[in-house]
Design a protein around this ligand. Sequence first.
Ligand code: PXP
Length: 392
Amino acid sequence: MAVHLSLTAKIATYPLNRKLLQIRCDQLLHLLHLEKAEVSVVLMSDAEMAGYNEQYRKKQGPTNVLSFPAEQADDGFVIPEAELGDILISVDTARREAEGHQHTLHHRLTELIIHGLLHLTGYDHERSEEEAVRMWDFEKELFQRLQTSRSATMPFLAINVDHVATVRQARGGIEPDPVLAASLCELAGADGIVAHLREDRRHIQDRDVRILRQTVKTKLNLEMAITPEIIDFALEIVPDMVTLVPEKRKELTTEGGLDVLGNEKKVRKAIEKMRKAGIPVSIFIDPDAAQIQAALDAGATFVELHTGRYCDADSAEDMKQQFRLIEQSAELAFETGLRVNAGHGLDYRNAGPIAALPFIEELSIGHAIISRAVLVGLDQAVREMAAIVKFV
Ligand code: PXP
């Protein structure tokens, strides 16, 4: 491995995504055409960094990053040509800087890794203004190229089959069957099936969920409101997971995330019941820090971040803002220890950037796929979406 990433014991409590940082380090070496180089990146605490800062730079206190290019040792020991050197990063300082700039911790750590790497390759920002500008411009360029390059952390694609049932219910008959549709989705590459059993049974019926429980080979996620009747049904069926959603009789589709803060007791009780039955719980929430914390406090395993506002944005600027909110919320939720899914309103045009976000495990998509399936067939519609989401 070209980049040796290590974390000291002192930062063990930080929920760092080591895999993501390793991927970014490897991608950076690739972008710098340094695939054969050997680099050591050590993530440490402020106290540890202060020790190195004092020892090697005679400066008091910690700093964010230190780079030590590999040099010929005094004793004549020959250092292999490929060895670039060491980068030390204080995660405590990175965390403070991230908060100051309203960035995520992993965003800031990535910037510091880039900065350290450029120092190792001869870039400098202290010798002259011209060199500093050159270095900063290149840092920005590398960061952007990392963000647009697809990583190996592509999420799973879970397909919501509610709208197959919507067409069936339009005539009150038996066609098309969401159960058959779910099998076709799985054959075409879906990683999971989602069905929302609404109180008013407007699309998915009890029968559908019962048969899906027996036929789904991947993972069955039951979307549900917190009502005694549906809770009992979930406990009887035991899906692979449930997603708690708000439900309003008059809405066309789920309109917003669940207000976990305002329904704390109810949510906590429902989660406790599911936990006893061994059913992991996700909560569909708006990308909002207080709701994330409430979901964690209530005992959820996952949150599903509502992507509706991003999808419905009416300007490029608004879309960018909504995207940023989802990006930051995904990382925040991950850092607090939650697993993160996302969904609602995603289509063939807007799903790609969300799929490329590193902390999101799974996208839940329904309407766009079923709509396209009417025109091109379900198999093709699923494969096209899988190509976007999973980059297959
Ligand atoms: N996630 C949740 C919680 C939902 O309620 C829905 C809609 O049923 C979806 C994802 C899928 O949304 P869409 O059908 O717009 O893809």
